[in-house]
Design a protein. Structure first.
Length: 240
């Protein structure tokens, strides 16, 4: 396992249990600075629980979990974002009763508010559709626009690592393509990425490496290009 002192995220032997249910069991992976990792698997495979454990949102055990050398196990949940990680949760979780701009501003609550307007404008450059709804309530946006808003809000803290949970869920194919284009642009700008998805095709196209979870355990891992060509992966996750 890679040393926890490397730049990036390292997770070793992570386990999550809900009562008698073992949701995650002995999962290990790393996301080096500037790299991208995908986690694919069916519903209930332990993907979301893994992300929640990293952000200290569920109880977990691990041999180690570090981000840029800092122990996540010793970090309070409300301080994790300050380390340089941002989380786009499953289901978007925007604040429906607040405007688009105020939702974005909340993404900067743990960071320096200097040049906040410039950071919001950069989000609007990534997602031009949001700028038209700057003063509109987030609850009035379409599902795709809310997903854009959730990603934009996460970017307001200027993260070194962007963590996304099922960003394509419930979106039409054309909107998935739009989201994918934006994520590729962020990758080209050096933003590291940890992506959880059921959409394996999307994941393979956006990441350097992938792990496959089944029943809370890693059953396959390797370069995304290699896993995409794996016959078992193609049959189960790509329908080929």
């Amino acid at each position: 396992m890679t040393s926890p002192n490397i730049a990036g995220l390292t997770v070793q032997d992570l386990s999550v249990r809900y009562g008698r249910v073992q949701a995650v069991s002995g999962v290990s992976f790393s996301v080096a600075d500037g790299a991208s990792l995908g986690i694919i698997g069916a519903n209930g495979a332990g993907k979301s629980s893994t992300l929640k454990a990293i952000f200290r949102l569920v109880d977990s055990t691990a041999t180690s979990m570090h981000f840029n050398g800092t122990s996540l196990q010793a970090t309070q949940p409300h301080h994790v974002v300050s380390l340089g990680m941002s989380y786009v949760p499953e289901g978007r979780r925007v604040f429906a009763g607040l405007t688009v701009r105020k939702n974005l501003m909340l993404g900067a609550y743990r960071s320096n508010w200097r040049h906040l307007g410039d950071r919001i404008e950069r989000v609007y450059e990534l997602f031009p559709a949001l700028k038209r709804f700057d003063s509109a309530l987030a609850g009035a946006l379409s599902g795709g626009q809310q997903q854009m808003l959730a990603i934009g809000r996460a970017l307001l803290s200027e993260p070194k690592l962007l963590v996304l949970d099922e960003p394509s869920m419930g979106l039409a194919p054309v909107l998935i393509d739009d989201i994918a284009t934006t994520l590729r642009r962020l990758r080209s700008q050096g933003v590291s990425m940890l992506l959880v998805e059921q959409n394996a095709k999307l994941t393979f196209g956006l990441t350097d490496r992938c792990i496959v979870l089944e029943n809370g355990r890693v059953v396959k891992e390797g370069p995304s290009s290699v896993l995409r060509a794996d016959p078992a992966v193609r049959q189960i996750y790509l329908g080929l």
